[in-house]
Design a binder for this molecule. Structure first.
Ligand code: ADP
Ligand code: NA
Ligand code: NA
Length: 250
C-alpha cells in the first residue's frame, strides 16, 4: 500500500499553491489537502499516522506548527519529551529524527518526524538573489527526508507547509519544492522512472547539473518517457512549471 500524504496548513495561500502543482496526485487520492489548524483534523479515522514537525536545531516547540503540535500532544511535558529524545543536542537543518509518540500517541499518530527547518528563528536563510540554494534546496531536502524517513507502517504522513512560516521561504518557492519532492517520490515508489533519472532530475531542479554523474542511458530514458532533455537540463524552478519536466498526472 502506498503511503498517503495529508498536507495541512492554516494559510490559504499555501493551500492554493499546493493545489496548482499537485493536481494529479490530489485527483487520484494520493495527496489530501486540509486547509485548517491541526485540531480541526478528522480524528475519527483509524489510519496509522506520522506527523512532521518543521522544527529548529534545538528542539524547542515554541512557535508555528510546532507550538500546535506541543499543545496537541501534551504541552510542556511533550516538549521536554521531544528534547529528551533529541538528547538535548544540536540537530542540523534537514536532519530527520523519528520519535515514537508512545504515551503521547493519539488520533492515530504514532510518530513525530522532527526535522529542523531553521537553526533558530532569528534570521531567515533565504536570500533573494539565490533562491535555488537558499530556498528550493532546503525545502526539497526537508520534504525528501520526511518522505524517506516515515516508518514503514505509516498509512498517512501529515505534513504542514515547510519553511513557509518562521523559516521565511516565499510560499511559491516552498510549495513548488515540496510538490516536486512529493511527485518525484511517487514516481520512484511506483517505479515509473529509474533511480538514475530521478537523481538527474534532482540535479537539474536544484541547479547542480554535473555531466559526469548523468549517463547516456539516463538521457535516453528521459526522451523515452517524453521529457525533453534540453528542457530538463535548462530547468529554472523560478519560471518553469513542474509539468515541463514531470508526467502530467503524476
Ligand atoms: P517553518 O519554520 O518551517 O517556517 P512554521 O511552523 O513557522 O515552520 O510554519 C510552517 C507552516 O505551518 C506555515 O505555513 C504555517 O501557516 C503553518 N501553521 C502554523 N500553525 C499552524 C496550525 N496550528 N495549524 C496548521 N498550520 C499551521
Ligand atoms: Na521551523
Ligand atoms: Na515550527
Amino acid at each position: 500500500m502506498i503511503m498517503k500524504i495529508l498536507l495541512i496548513d492554516i494559510n490559504p495561500r499555501v493551500i492554493r499553491h499546493w493545489g496548482k502543482s499537485l493536481g494529479g496526485l490530489i485527483k487520484n487520492g494520493d495527496v489530501i489537502i486540509h486547509n485548517g489548524t491541526l485540531d480541526t483534523l478528522d480524528t475519527g479515522s483509524k489510519v496509522r499516522r506520522s506527523i512532521v514537525s518543521p522544527g529548529n536545531s534545538f528542539g524547542f516547540l515554541g512557535g508555528g506548527f510546532d507550538l500546535a503540535l506541543q499543545r496537541h500532544f501534551g504541552g510542556i511535558t511533550f516538549e521536554k519529551y521531544v528534547r529528551y529524545k533529541l538528547v538535548h543536542s544540536y540537530v542540523p537543518v534537514g536532519n530527520c529524527t523519528v520519535i515514537p509518540l508512545e504515551q503521547f500517541a493519539r488520533d492515530g499518530f504514532e510518530y513525530l518526524l522532527h526535522i529542523p527547518t531553521v537553526v533558530t528563528p532569528v534570521i531567515p536563510d533565504f536570500d533573494r538573489p539565490d533562491p535555488q540554494h537558499t530556498g528550493y534546496r532546503v525545502v526539497f531536502d526537508v520534504t525528501w527526508n520526511a518522505l524517506h524517513y516515515a516508518p514503514s507502517g505509516t498509512e498517512q504522513l501529515v505534513v504542514p507547509g515547510l519553511c513557509t512560516g518562521y523559516a521565511g521561504v516565499p510560499i511559491p518557492v516552498a510549495c513548488k519544492a515540496m510538490s516536486f519532492a512529493i511527485r518525484l517520490f511517487h514516481l520512484k515508489i511506483r517505479q515509473v522512472l529509474s533511480q538514475d533519472l530521478i537523481n538527474a532530475m534532482i540535479m537539474c531542479f536544484l541547479g547542480y547539473q554535473y555531466d559526469a554523474f548523468i549517463s547516456d542511458d539516463c538521457i535516453e530514458e528521459c526522451e523515452r518517457v517524453g521529457i525533453d532533455w534540453d528542457v530538463l537540463n535548462n530547468f529554472n524552478p523560478n519560471k518553469d512549471p513542474l509539468d515541463y519536466i514531470l508526467p502530467e498526472n503524476l
